[in-house]
Design a binder for this molecule. Structure first.
Ligand code: 9MR
Length: 447
């Protein structure tokens, strides 16, 4: 985690509290504090970005650009950099609308995700009718020309979009591009790397959020293969278009973490969740928390600003209502970002009390798995085998399970006393968060 003002103030706070406690060795897990007031600023606290899709024809809408400039630090062109927009006639390129978005973003100090160089959909008419080696050449020329034109201005490109089939096959989607040969994806990545060596190169898809889905496994196997053979891939984008038929999976953090473990960044690239009120807010919270739990989840982009800007406006899937007001989902996202840890397990501060008998006790809290409604925490104790650790959660949180410890609670149910139960010096617990994601406070006493 980069040293930010927030982490400095945490250290100061912990040190001050530690210094004021006499006679006991005390450790506090860093509290969930922080009060950034925009999505971008809140995400930046953990080195991440918070982006949105932008439509060039809305840049003249002052409500729209007001929110854009205030809240977001990454921009994706919703349609303007796709193949049909940038090469409407073969060999004739058109960058006017893409440039409007890129220039507006960069003028405001924002970065740009490029979307998308090669895709079976939104191909210009001339390309739709092509096949074989002429299509392969045309596709590679498109990748080269567009990536070269924007060279140096793009943080990450969606080099290939949506190349895998839905359903149980786990294989490639049939398309004219796929029929040019299974190596079309890696050929596109190699062309993009040559054209803009400093842009991160991503594979981007939807319905790849649930770790147990065949499509997710298919993409995972491709990325693993690319990494093992040195095909230039830096990141995987998870579009994350959710609704009641395609809900946020409880294993989302597992998916993101497993891809990241292949040695790529992961990014949530087109997030929207149909619904309203607290239910929608909770699902947004779960997605953001899943990203925060994976160190290489480097940012989140929502697919539009106001509900009325969405490709599926009737599902009201975004963070601002049609008038530009912040929704409950906005507040939950901001709060989770503000309580985020940067994706690395929190480190802790401990102290020893000179001359104290029978010894020191250091308790180190680390985050565990997260789900929409609950999260796990672990505490490792060192310095003594004979410890008493106090874990305090904040209402309305409840500890609903423990392991490797003998635990008891005070009458409020918020303060848990944990002692060894013969299973070593690391124990864990599950907190049902009821909307409060803050970490517990942990202190430890040797006896
Ligand atoms: O939001 C985009 C919408 O305006 C376009 O009509 C549509 C055309 O395919 O593409 C939408 O964006 C898609 C994105 O490019 C790729 N992932 C799915 C998005 C939603 O359909």
């Amino acid at each position: 985690m980069p040293l930010t003002a927030k982490s400095v103030s945490r250290i100061t706070l912990v040190s001050a509290l530690v210094a004021s406690v006499a006679g006991a060795a005390v450790l506090l897990a860093a509290p969930a504090s922080g009060a950034a007031s925009t999505l971008a600023a809140a995400a930046q606290q953990s080195g991440r970005y918070f982006g949105t899709a932008v439509a060039a024809n809305k840049l003249g809408d002052s409500t729209y650009t007001g929110i854009l400039n205030r809240e977001f630090d990454m921009v994706t062109a919703e349609n303007e950099m796709k193949m049909d927009a940038t090469e409407p006639n073969q060999g004739q390129f058109s960058f006017g609308n893409g440039d409007r978005i890129v220039n507006q973003a960069r003028g405001q100090g924002k970065r740009v995700r490029g979307h998308a160089l090669a895709w079976h959909s939104q191909q210009p008419g001339w390309m739709q009718n092509m096949g074989g080696s002429s299509l392969r050449s045309a596709m590679l020329n498109h990748v080269t020309q567009v990536a070269s034109y924007y060279k140096g201005k793009i943080y990450a490109w969606d080099v290939v979009n949506e190349a895998f089939a839905d359903g149980s096959s786990g294989g490639r989607r049939d398309s004219n591009l796929q029929r040019t040969g299974n190596d079309w994806i890696e050929a596109a990545f190699r062309a993009a790397r040559s054209a803009d060596p400093n842009a991160k190169l991503c594979y981007n898809d939807y319905n790849t959020d649930n770790w147990s889905h065949a499509k997710t496994q298919g993409v995972y196997n491709m990325v693993r293969d690319f990494k093992s053979r040195g095909v230039p891939i830096d990141c995987v984008g998870f579009q994350a278009h959710f609704n009641s038929g395609n809900p946020v999976p409880s294993n989302y953090h597992t998916t993101l973490g497993n891809f990241a473990a292949l040695g790529v960044d992961v990014q949530i690239t087109e997030l929207d969740i149909e619904g309203s009120g607290s239910s929608q807010a909770q699902q947004y919270q779960g997605v953001v928390q899943a990203c925060l739990s994976v160190a290489r989840c480097t940012g989140i982009t929502v697919w539009g600003i106001r509900d009325s800007d969405s490709w599926r406006a009737s599902g009201t899937p975004l963070l601002f209502d049609g008038s530009g007001n912040k929704k409950a989902a906005y507040t939950s996202v901001l709060n989770v970002l503000n309580s985020g840890t940067g994706g690395t397990n929190p480190t802790t501060t401990t102290t020893t009390t000179p001359g104290q008998n029978p010894g020191n006790c250091t308790a180190t809290y680390s985050e565990g798995e997260k789900w929409n409604d609950r999260f796990n925490g672990n505490v490792t104790v060192s310095g003594t085998d004979n410890w008493t650790v106090t874990v305090t959660v904040s209402s309305p949180q409840k500890v609903i399970a423990t392991w490797n410890t003998s635990a008891s609670w005070d009458s409020s149910g918020n303060v848990m006393t944990a002692r060894p139960n013969g299973n070593g010096n690391t124990f864990g617990f599950t907190i049902q968060h009821n909307g409060n994601w803050s970490w517990p406070t942990v202190s430890c006493q040797a006896s």
